[in-house]
Design a protein around this ligand. Structure first.
Ligand code: HEC
Length: 123
């Protein structure tokens, strides 16, 4: 008799816990805004990932962009300059509208806020 109850209690606990993990537990309250989604689409449609990495994924011709927005040596104005003018001979000039540039930068902000700095991972 005890065995049945133990199995039932554990089974129900397992189901509830799984439901919680798959729904709320991994939601950090950082859902994307419409503008950020637009920025992500522009990023994907223009194959930025063929040259740049985000969260470690992507090509290696251009610099990592995960923390470009909060990087004290780069930051928003620096990133904007590249998107508006292209960079040297390797970063293409895309001729984006101001609205498109704003959306991309907003998406990169979202990426940055959700990134874990290496020092946090190491500890
Ligand atoms: C053909 C490869 C290539 C593609 C495609 C490309 N980039 Fe770049 N990008 C580069 C290179 C190379 C640099 C660095 C240029 C330099 O430092 O002179 C760069 C620089 C940048 C920078 C400045 C950051 C930094 O640390 O220098 C940003 C922001 C950026 N790219 C965003 C984008 C976005 C967004 C897209 C897609 C719309 C994109 N890039 C597409 C090659 C590329």
């Amino acid at each position: 008799m005890y065995k049945i109850w133990t199995i039932l209690v554990l089974g129900i606990a397992y189901i509830l816990y799984s439901g919680w993990i798959y729904n709320d537990a991994t939601d950090f309250g950082t859902t994307m805004s419409a503008k950020q989604i637009e920025g992500k689409q522009i990023y994907q449609e223009n194959n930025c990932q063929s040259c740049h990495q985000i969260f470690g994924l992507g090509g290696y011709l251009g610099p990592e962009l995960t923390s470009v927005m909060s990087d004290k040596n780069r930051g928003e104005a620096y990133a904007r300059a590249f998107l508006e003018n292209g960079g040297g001979t390797r970063m293409p000039q895309f001729n984006f509208t101001k609205q498109q540039v704003d959306a991309i930068l907003d998406y990169l902000k979202y990426v940055d806020v959700n990134a874990q700095p290496m020092e946090n991972i190491a500890n």
